[in-house]
Design a protein around this ligand. Structure first.
Ligand code: XIL
Length: 355
């Protein structure tokens, strides 16, 4: 899994660096807070996995604060596609039913991703490769037609450093741009009502990657691709300069398409070798960046605010807390392990409520 702070080296377990980590953030947790979905004039999304559905604490946070759901894993190719390229929708159905049963909008994630599908599609002749590529997209989108408000059709198409597009089994099999256009065309034919997104990460953190992404958006639109939305994952690097986030979202918004902040989290973990800042200082940077993101999102015209989605309900639900570099103290989300609001809740609620 890629490191979302490519310009930063991993934290070395040097005594000085570890000592500088300090204790958990110093700001006391907030008390009971207003439901985010009531404060925001737009959908507020959260991701989750079917294994969390029976966790009362998780359900309480999700059903109190959020109005949109993105399956964190179950609608990805690795959860649906079997080695013989037959399809198993058991887990994806469970997620779709959770959203329907609880009145949550459902966002499908993700049809085509460089990191999945290589084994099942290995060794196929081009005709079979293309036919099964189309069939996968068509059958998945058709199954949830009328239930998914939108799909991440192609995820993470831009190269890690922003220098062009990724190359992988999909691009090698069907072409760098053609595999992307094909995915959108097939998805659109399967569900003309669904908003179809190009989704990627580090678009704010690495301006070069953001620029390449937006050039790809422009190229696809000029080619007539049914690209209906722009997804910025927003796994934020809290140490990027002020204004960088605003600049990207402003440029992304200029296409006039719906924008999805699709996977917000903001790790407090510092990957630089030495970080002598206190936990409070790092938390201030974190709050400033997330506030900037939420304010930039709210600066979009209302019709372009697809959803503001966080990548996990509670800090302990975050994939960042499952990372081998986690120190057990990271607080990248809006609610802590107990479901109590963190300062990021305040940052997001304040900005979204301003709309
Ligand atoms: C992550 C999940 O959160 C993890 O649980 C899983 O192990 C790997 O994928 N960009 C994406 C998401 O589009 O699908 C990824 O989610 C995080 C990066």
């Amino acid at each position: 899994m890629p490191d979302f702070r490519l310009t930063r080296r991993h934290l070395l377990a040097s005594p000085l660096a570890l000592a500088a980590c300090g204790s958990a953030p110093s700001t006391p947790p907030l008390g009971p807070v207003s439901p985010l979905k009531d404060l925001a004039p737009c959908p507020v999304g959260v991701c989750g996995m079917s294994g969390q559905f029976d966790d009362a604490g998780w359900r309480d946070v999700v059903l109190t604060h959020f109005s949109q759901f993105t399956p964190e894993w179950e609608m990805k190719m690795e959860a649906i596609l079997r080695p013989d390229r037959s399809l198993d929708f058991t887990l994806a159905d469970r997620c779709a039913d959770f959203a329907t049963d609880n009145g949550l909008r459902l966002h499908g994630h993700a049809l085509i991703w460089y990191s999945q599908g290589a084994e099942a599609f290995a060794g196929l002749d081009r005709k079979t490769f293309a036919a099964d590529y189309d069939r996968y997209i068509r059958e998945v989108v058709t199954r949830y037609r009328g239930r998914t408000v939108g799909w991440d059709v192609v995820n993470e198409a831009v190269a890690e450093d922003g220098d062009g597009l990724r190359t992988h089994h999909w691009s090698e099999g069907l072409g760098d741009i053609d595999h992307i256009r094909r995915a959108f065309d097939v998805a659109h034919e399967a569900d003309p009502e669904s908003i179809l997104f190009l989704n990627d990460y580090n678009l704010e953190n690495l301006p070069r990657k953001g620029a390449t992404f937006l050039k790809l958006v422009e190229r696809l639109l000029k080619a007539g691709t049914p690209l209906g939305g722009i997804g910025s994952q927003s796994h934020l690097d809290i140490d990027i300069p002020d204004g960088q986030i605003t600049a990207f979202l402003r440029e992304a918004g200029a296409f006039g398409l719906p924008v999805h902040v699709s996977e917000l989290d903001a790790s407090l973990r510092s990957d630089s070798r030495i970080d002598l800042r206190s936990a409070g200082e790092r938390q201030a940077r974190q709050t400033a960046r997330v506030t900037e993101l939420a304010q930039a999102f709210m600066a979009l015209p209302p019709e372009q605010r697809y959803a503001f989605t966080v990548w996990g309900a509670r800090d302990t639900d975050s994939w960042l807390r499952r990372d081998e570099r986690d120190d057990g103290r990271d607080s990248p989300l809006l609610f802590d392990a107990s479901g109590t609001a963190t300062p990021l809740y305040d940052a997001v609620a304040g900005a979204l409520a301003s709309g």
